[in-house]
Design a protein around this ligand. Structure first.
Ligand code: GLU
Length: 322
């Protein structure tokens, strides 16, 4: 992992020029870290991504934006869709119901591991690993069509242009045997109801939504605003559910690197193997990153590098206080 060395943290969020400079440095550090990562190849369509691409979009409630690098390229949202699915599940099924089907514990295992599921506890450990996300999807599939979930994704990401990436979806479905196995295992243990093939199909479609770094910044901003679209005033999710979602992101959002990210960056975030990271920060501010060159754990190397610099220099870590 390539991280910048620590320097004195002394920049105020109230100083726009200094903040901009910190973001620029973070962006440049991230960009140069991309050369040490590798694009995901286990889904053939993902292997076509440009590993040198890097973009960072920061969006504040007052409309201030910082738009650096590759922020308009569409790429698949992948695991970041787990945040959206969880939001819909909490909104329509409620906290108690959702967390009677899935736990809220980090695993320290790979995102698609079935180890704990079969050996420790039948319910998936959390909604950010594949087993947990598939379980959450089983709560949605009887009630919600793909179009319903897409409409919510567009709203919560402040991006009406989000669409299904058909190529990624096909590639995902063709190579998704492990996810189907997870769904059938959950069904066999009677912790999941419903049709595993239909549930995984909806899961694959949600992973294949085409977003940009800006869409992810939009999602981060809505979460930072407690579930409110700050530009329309519309409440998209209740603040209590947002607190739950951000807590799960903080503890489980960066695969089996979530603990290290919590220490180094200290903000709620979620990554995807398409190279995206959504981060919700004080300000309130949403930060969206795109850098498909991944580290060995599956996180965008440029994204991690940029976020650590920015969080440290602006003292954004949730345990920074003055
Ligand atoms: N489509 C991916 C899978 O389930 C999601 C991977 C990810 O971004 O973690 O394999």
């Amino acid at each position: 992992m390539i991280y910048p060395t620590y320097e004195q943290a002394d920049i105020s969020l109230q100083d726009p020029a200094a903040v901009r400079q910190v973001f620029l440095e973070g962006y440049e550090n991230g960009l140069s870290a991309c050369q040490y990562g590798a694009v995901a190849s286990y889904i053939p369509e993902l292997a076509k991504a440009d590993g040198s691409a890097f973009g960072l979009y920061a969006w504040k409630k007052d409309g201030t934006i910082l738009d650096l690098g590759d922020t308009t390229t569409r790429f698949s949202i992948q695991s970041i869709s787990k945040v959206i699915n969880l939001a819909v599940a909490l909104k329509y099924r409620g906290f108690r119901d959702v967390f009677s089907h899935v736990l809220m514990e980090p695993t320290g295992d790979a995102f698609n591991s079935i180890l704990k599921l079969d050996m420790v506890e039948s319910r998936p450990f959390n909604p950010m690993i594949n087993a947990g996300a598939i379980q959450v999807m089983s709560l949605l599939e009887p009630e919600f069509s793909f179009e319903d979930l897409l409409a919510f994704a567009r709203e919560i990401c402040l991006d009406e242009e989000i669409r299904l990436n058909e190529e990624v979806y096909r590639s995902e479905a063709e190579t998704g045997d492990r996810n189907r196995a997870i769904a059938w295992l959950l069904k066999s243990k009677e912790v999941m109801q419903g049709n595993p093939d239909r549930i995984t199909d909806l899961y694959f479609k949600m992973c294949s939504l085409n977003v940009t770094a800006k869409s992810l910044a939009g999602l981060g901003l809505v979460l930072a605003c407690g579930g409110l679209n700050p530009f329309t005033g519309k409440h998209l999710i209740a603040p209590g559910y947002v607190r739950t979602i951000k807590s799960v992101m903080f503890t489980c959002g960066l695969y089996d690197e979530s603990g290290e990210f919590g220490v180094r960056v200290g903000l709620p975030a979620k990554s995807g193997v398409g190279g995206g990271i959504v981060c919700s920060a004080p300000g309130p501010m949403g930060i969206g990153l795109y850098g498909p060159a991944l580290d060995p754990k599956g996180n965008s190397l440029g994204g991690l590098t940029a976020l650590e610099h920015i969080s440290h220099r602006l003292k954004l870590h949730v345990f920074d206080y003055e």
